[in-house]
Design a protein around this ligand. Structure first.
Ligand code: G
Ligand code: G
Ligand code: MN
Ligand code: NA
Length: 253
């Protein structure tokens, strides 16, 4: 309850910020996209994990203004990198369940794109399978979002209870293989089979595939051989500040 009160002040007091984790194209080795991840530096408690405060923000409704702030900040940042002369970087932003039920979500995303002047193609929204929404409603919402020109990714793919049939109906661009599958991929034949299957399925559906949580070189080799498109994980980079993203590009060129 205390945390809930603090959360309300945190937006006004500028206590939130975003870090960005690079996603590396396995064929070219280039960073083509980054995932925005929200952080909260509490004045007394120090760092509070989004695993703690996002669910609280969902419960108390703060997710709506916070989600808007996250989207706006991420789009402005992507535009700023472009203006700094960096190669184009796509920014992926996690959506919360509460935001899917936000009446003016599509309108808000459109306005944020206009205000930031970011080309819609460089925004990707991440949804998860566990976001329980009526399949027709979800299909329509995703089509409206797609009409803005943005990309849609399914996060934590394979961990939800949903059937695969939604893959036919949802206008999605990308699957993100959950890190629980990747973790033991070089030791557990079941994980190996599942990861291979997801990559192969994504190819057949003409979806891009990102493997999350890559920490070891052996995992990387497996994914490269398997034809995975992108990797995201501590092996390459932790989530880092916008400044560090710029520096990474300057170091690479
Ligand atoms: O970045 P980290 O691994 O600490 O994130 C923990 C969890 O919080 C992950 O499930 C992640 O998806 C979620 N999370 C991080 N940033 C955001 C955000 O900006 N919006 C939403 N909705 N969830 C986020
Ligand atoms: O649920 P979602 O996929 O949005 O969560 C992303 C979270 O995964 C981020 O909080 C990020 O900090 C975390 N993460 C990213 N790479 C790794 C990794 O290699 N290992 C682990 N354990 N976590 C990671
Ligand atoms: Mn994510
Ligand atoms: Na994930």
């Amino acid at each position: 309850i205390l945390l809930e009160q603090d959360l309300h002040n945190a937006l006004a007091n500028n206590e939130f910020y975003l870090d960005y984790q690079p996603q590396v194209n396995l064929k070219s080795g280039a960073i083509e996209s980054v995932e925005a991840l929200v952080r909260w530096q509490h004045p007394n408690r120090g760092f509070v994990s989004p695993e703690i405060f996002i669910p609280i923000a969902e419960e108390c409704g703060l997710i709506i203004p916070l989600g808007k702030w996250i989207l706006e900040t991420a789009c402005q940042q992507a535009k700023q990198w472009e203006e700094q002369g960096l190669p184009p970087i796509k920014v992926a932003v996690n959506l919360s369940l509460g935001q899917l039920f936000q009446q003016d979500l599509v309108e808000m995303v459109g306005e944020i794109l206009q205000r930031s002047k970011l080309d819609a193609h460089y925004l990707q929204l991440e949804i998860t399978e566990s976001m329980t929404m009526n399949i027709d409603q979800m299909t329509q919402l995703l089509h409206e979002l797609k009409a803005l020109g943005i990309q849609i990714a399914v996060d934590d793919f394979g961990t939800g209870y949903s059937s695969l049939s939604y893959l036919k109906d949802f206008p999605i661009d990308c699957l993100k293989i959950d890190r629980t599958f990747v973790r033991n991929v070089q030791h557990n034949p079941n994980d190996e089979a599942l990861v291979s299957m997801i990559i192969s399925m994504a190819k057949h559906l003409r979806l891009k595939v990102v493997a999350e949580g890559i920490e070891e070189v052996e995992q990387l080799s497996f994914l490269m051989e398997g034809g995975c498109d992108y990797i995201q994980g501590y092996l390459f980079s932790r989530p880092i500040s916008p400044q560090q993203i710029s520096e990474t590009f300057h170091d690479l060129h």
